[in-house]
Design a protein around this ligand. Structure first.
Ligand code: FE2
Length: 436
């Protein structure tokens, strides 16, 4: 994992978020300021106009063009308001849509006045102000292309209805400039605040990342230590298993390595039968300890040089159950116990200790029965030589279907050449120790 990769990602993504937030906030702020400015101007313009109408005009004045002195009076009263809000011109129309006063150029063409201006809407107060494009609205202003204006319409009421409309014309850029300025100031303050927050967060993230990296390194160290301990424990456990298995072989006076060879032959059969890794491992343990119960049988019976009496044979038959008692409670051997217990059952039901028959006998036990018999027959004992491979094969075949599972014998016969070669070269012992 790249060091401080988290911080890099944070900086990149937060910068993107930061810029996007800034743009969105600026737009929202700008739009609100502009709207507020316009509302203020409408309010002030309305109040100023009403004051002029009240103090300087009467209803009768709207019937004709205002006199020069009246225009001057109105202009001087509105002067402060006009310069404060950059009002470019004031035009007054009467209710017959005739211009009765104009301080500048009338912003609309005749057509505009009749069609677009829509004085009725203004009179009904449904159009307090509109934004018009000077280029489109006023042909005479074509030289001022691309300049837009706000036109504020303020109606003049007397008791019998609307007598006229004041039209105040203002370049929209004066509102925009004010909104721009305010937006810039707000954006600046906001940027400063967010930048400070951003730096604090980076600092915090850097500190957290450093702590996490240190913790991770510490955990890795601990993991390595645990793995090392586990390996040592595993090695020691394997040595114990091998030692126990060798002790079983020594106790029975068989040629050294009997359990290992039974194990290797059984594993070959198990693999050929497609057993899972877990089943192979349990089979392996069962083969190593299948005769451990013989520890509980006296030497005089176990190594008796001659035929066993019925009583002695009954004692020998106890070794699978004795084995289970010895190994009970060892966790990793729990699943191997059933296999161990039934490794002397016969396929025809004539075996011991339970007289199970056919597939009632665990598969592992049926496999061990073949491997065990083959190795016992072909190995030398202190009191006799082992028989040769071919003779052992013929005896095994003779017991196919009675002592042994026929299907397993077929598999055994498929593998017999490999088993023979491996036994001759002692490869079985070496290989089986590697399996652990
Ligand atoms: Fe046995």
């Amino acid at each position: 994992m790249e060091k401080y990769g988290l911080i890099k990602s944070f900086i990149i993504y937060s910068m993107i978020a930061f810029i996007l937030t800034g743009i969105i906030l600026s737009q929202i702020t700008y739009s609100h300021i502009r709207k507020d400015d316009l509302s203020n101007i409408v309010e002030i313009a309305t109040v100023s106009t009403k004051s002029i109408v009240k103090n300087n005009l009467e209803k009768v004045d709207f019937g004709q063009v205002f006199s020069a002195s009246k225009v001057q009076e109105i202009e001087s009263n509105l002067n402060e308001f006009m310069s404060a809000f950059s009002i470019e011109s004031i035009t007054v129309l009467n209710n017959k849509r005739e211009i009765v006063m104009s301080t500048g150029e009338w912003p609309f063409s005749v057509e505009e006045k009749q069609n677009k201006l829509n004085l009725d809407k203004i009179i009904n107060h449904s159009l307090p102000y509109i934004v018009s494009d000077a280029f489109v609205a006023n042909e005479s202003a074509s030289t001022k292309s691309n300049i837009t204006y706000f036109n504020f319409f303020i109606t003049v009421y007397y008791e019998n209805g609307v007598e006229g409309v004041f039209v105040l014309r203002m370049p929209s850029k004066s509102i925009s400039a004010h909104a721009d300025l305010l937006t810039q100031e707000i954006a600046l303050a906001l940027t400063g605040g967010l930048l400070l927050l951003f730096l604090l967060l980076i600092g915090l993230l850097y500190k957290t990342s450093k702590t996490l990296i240190n913790q991770n390194e510490h955990l890795n160290m601990r993991k390595n230590e645990v793995e090392e301990s586990y390996k040592r424990l595993d090695d020691s456990y394997k040595s114990t298993v091998i030692a126990m298995s060798n002790a079983v072989d020594a106790r029975d006076s068989y040629t050294a390595g009997h359990s290992n060879r039974v194990s290797e032959i059984s594993i070959l059969l198990g693999q050929e039968l497609g057993l899972s890794d877990t089943d192979l491992k349990n089979l392996h343990y069962a083969t190593l300890f299948h005769d451990i119960g013989k520890i509980g049988i006296s030497d005089s019976i176990l190594n008796k040089n001659g035929k066993l009496s019925n009583v002695e044979y009954e004692i020998i038959k106890e070794h699978p159950d004795i084995g289970v008692k010895i190994l009970k409670g060892i966790d990793f051997l729990a699943d191997a116990l059933t296999i161990i217990r039934h490794h002397h059952e016969r396929f025809d039901g004539g075996g011991y200790p339970c007289g199970l028959k056919g597939e009632e006998i665990p598969l592992g036990s049926r496999i061990i029965a073949i491997a065990d018999t083959y190795d016992a027959m072909t190995s030398n004992r202190p009191y006799r030589l082992g028989i040769n491979h071919e003779l052992a094969l013929s005896k095994i075949i003779e017991n196919k279907g009675s002592q042994f599972d026929s299907k397993l014998i077929d598999v055994f016969l498929m593998l017999e050449k490999r088993i023979y070669t491996q036994k001759q070269t002692n490869m079985l012992i070496d290989r089986v120790e590697k399996l652990l």
